[in-house]
Design a protein around this ligand. Structure first.
Ligand SMILES: C[S@@+](CC[C@H](N)C(=O)[O-])C[C@H]1O[C@@H](n2cnc3c(N)ncnc32)[C@H](O)[C@@H]1O
Length: 201
């Protein structure tokens, strides 16, 4: 893609410059855990948020919200911020999220210990888990454990939503009693990405 087109795409689809600066800083400090150099674009964030039905009752858990582009899309989709449980590793992002979404519950910690981390926090089953974690930095067993911990916290049939830059599924698509579907590739993101949704039958 020519540089000019890339820059104009970036201008149209990216979050405010401050968020990008914070994000790049986090990437320099912890590239494996940040997983990306810049925040997700609006088209990617919207694709993830559309898989969440705001009419279904219960909290909505977001893993790795970073500076909040997916959070913003969830709120734009009709999710009340008070329903959001945002689990983020990076303390700077947590501060930013608490300021931006004072009604949300922001938990600083390791999302791979999901059940233990939010034990006692949920009053009812979650309506969705929406993840931007860089899953491929973790062994398959850890990814599977995360998926099944998420299922344990959600209503039956509720979605586990995950984006990836990779061509293959971030969690194998053929699992017993699990339905997995992928979106088209979203080109309006740097780099282009795909969104996967997993539901337990
Ligand atoms: C690829 S970024 C996505 C950020 C944002 N959701 C977006 O789409 O722009 C991954 C985020 O996950 C966070 N993260 C990585 N590992 C984590 C973990 N084990 N627990 C919680 N958050 C984690 C990082 O700090 C970063 O904010």
């Amino acid at each position: 893609m020519p540089l000019q087109t890339t820059l104009s795409l970036a201008k149209k689809t990216l979050k405010p410059i401050d968020d990008e600066v914070q994000f790049i800083r986090s990437w320099f400090e912890k590239p494996l855990s940040t997983g990306s150099v810049i925040p997700s674009s609006k088209p990617l964030a919207r694709t993830m948020a559309r898989l969440v039905d705001p009419e279904l009752p219960g909290p909505i858990i977001e893993l790795g919200p970073g500076t909040g582009p997916v959070t913003e899309a969830l709120v734009a989709q009709g999710v009340d911020p008070s329903r959001l449980v945002l689990i983020e590793f990076d303390p700077t992002f947590c501060r930013l999220l608490r300021k931006r979404y004072p009604e949300a519950t922001v938990v600083q910690g390791d999302a791979y210990g999901l059940r233990r981390l939010i034990a006692g926090l949920l009053q009812q089953p979650a309506a969705a888990v929406v993840s931007s974690l860089p899953l491929f930095t973790k062994p398959l067993q850890t990814r599977l454990r995360l998926l099944f911990e998420a299922f344990h916290l959600m209503s039956p049939g509720a979605p586990f939503v995950q984006f990836t830059y990779h061509a293959v599924a971030p969690i194998p698509k053929r699992l017993d009693r699990v339905r997995a579907e992928a979106s088209e590739r979203i080109w309006m993101n740097i780099p282009p990405a795909r969104v996967w949704v997993y539901r337990r039958d």
